[in-house]
Design a protein around this ligand. Structure first.
Ligand code: OAD
Ligand code: ZN
Length: 243
C-alpha cells in the first residue's frame, strides 16, 4: 500500500483536473453515522423509511424529529483530517471538483470551494409552497417549522429516495468526472444511483480511479487503486509534505 500511495501522490501533484466523490464514510470519523452501518440509523427506522416524500406526507412530525436529531448531532461535530486534506488538495490542483453525497455540510465547514452537494444540504430548508430555500443552522427547527413568507410547511432541502437530483448540479458532476485525469472515491458504498455511476464515468473517460474505503465495494473491481482503510488516515497521506 505504501508504494501505491506514493505513486498516486505523484500523479496527483502532476494532475490538472481532479474529481473527488465522497459518501458517508468520510464523515464517520467525525462521528456522523453512516447509512448502511451495523448500528442502524435512528431508533428502529431505516433511512428509506424516513427520507422519502411519502414518509413526509404521512408523518411530517416524525421526519422532522429525525432531521432535528441529525441537526443536533452534527452541530456538535467537526470536520476531520480527510475533509481537511481535500481542502489542501484543492489548493494544489488547477481544476478541482468535489462531489459529495453527504448532506452534513462538513466539506463546506472545512473550507472546500468547488463543492457539489448532489443530495442537498441538511442546513437548508425549503418551503413546500413558495419553494424558497433558506439557510438555517439551528440545531432544532421545532416540531413542524413553517415559512416566514407564506406560512406553509418547510422541509429539509435534501434529495430523498425516489426524488430526482438537481439536473444542473448532476450535469456539472458528470462533466467533472468525464474530464478528470484522476478521481478519488472516498467512503461510499457505491450503490445509490445516479451518484454511483460517476466513478464509472471517470473510468470510461480514461481517468485513473482510486477508492478509499474500509471495505470492498461493488466498484472495487474496476479501480486502479483500492486503499482499504480509514479515510482520516489515508486521504491526508496523499497530500502529506506538500508545500
Ligand atoms: P453508506 O452508509 O451507504 O456507505 C458508507 C461507506 O463508507 C461504506 O462503504 C463504508 O464501508 C465506508 N466507510 C465507513 N467508515 C469509513 C471510514 N472511516 N473511512 C472510509 N470509509 C468508510 O453511505 P453513502 O455511500 O454515502 O442518500 O450512501 C449514499 C446515499 O445513500 C446517501 O447520500 C444517502 C443514503 O441513503 C440520500 O440521502 C439521498
Ligand atoms: Zn413559503
Amino acid at each position: 500500500m505504501e508504494a501505491q500511495i506514493q505513486t498516486l501522490k505523484k500523479q496527483l501533484l502532476a494532475a490538472e483536473r481532479v474529481a473527488v466523490m465522497t459518501g458517508a464514510g468520510i464523515s464517520a470519523e467525525s462521528g456522523v453515522p453512516t447509512f448502511r452501518g451495523a448500528d442502524g440509523l435512528w431508533k428502529n427506522y431505516r433511512a428509506v423509511d424516513l427520507a422519502t416524500p411519502e414518509a413526509f406526507d404521512r408523518n411530517p412530525r416524525l421526519v422532522w424529529e429525525f432531521y432535528n436529531w441529525r441537526r443536533a448531532l452534527i452541530s456538535k461535530l467537526t470536520f476531520n483530517a480527510a475533509h481537511a486534506a481535500l481542502v489542501k488538495l484543492e489548493t494544489k490542483v488547477p481544476s478541482f471538483t468535489l462531489i459529495t453525497q453527504n448532506v452534513d455540510g462538513l466539506h463546506n465547514r472545512a473550507g472546500s470551494r468547488n463543492l457539489l452537494e448532489i443530495h442537498g444540504n441538511l442546513w437548508q430548508v425549503r418551503c413546500l409552497q413558495c419553494q424558497e430555500i433558506i439557510l438555517d443552522e439551528s440545531p432544532d427547527m421545532g416540531e413542524l417549522p413553517t415559512c416566514e413568507q407564506c406560512g406553509s410547511l418547510l422541509r429539509p432541502n435534501v434529495v430523498w429516495f425516489g426524488e430526482s437530483l438537481d439536473q444542473a448540479t448532476l450535469n456539472r458532476a458528470m462533466q467533472a468526472c468525464r474530464d478528470c485525469e484522476i478521481m478519488l472515491v472516498i467512503g461510499t458504498s457505491a450503490i445509490v444511483q445516479p451518484a454511483a455511476s460517476l466513478a464509472l464515468e471517470a473510468k470510461q473517460g480514461g481517468a485513473v480511479v482510486a477508492e478509499i474505503n474500509i471495505e470492498q465495494t461493488p466498484h472495487s473491481y474496476f479501480m486502479d487503486y483500492t486503499f482499504q482503510g480509514k479515510a482520516g488516515e489515508i486521504v491526508p497521506r496523499l497530500v502529506e509534505d506538500w508545500k
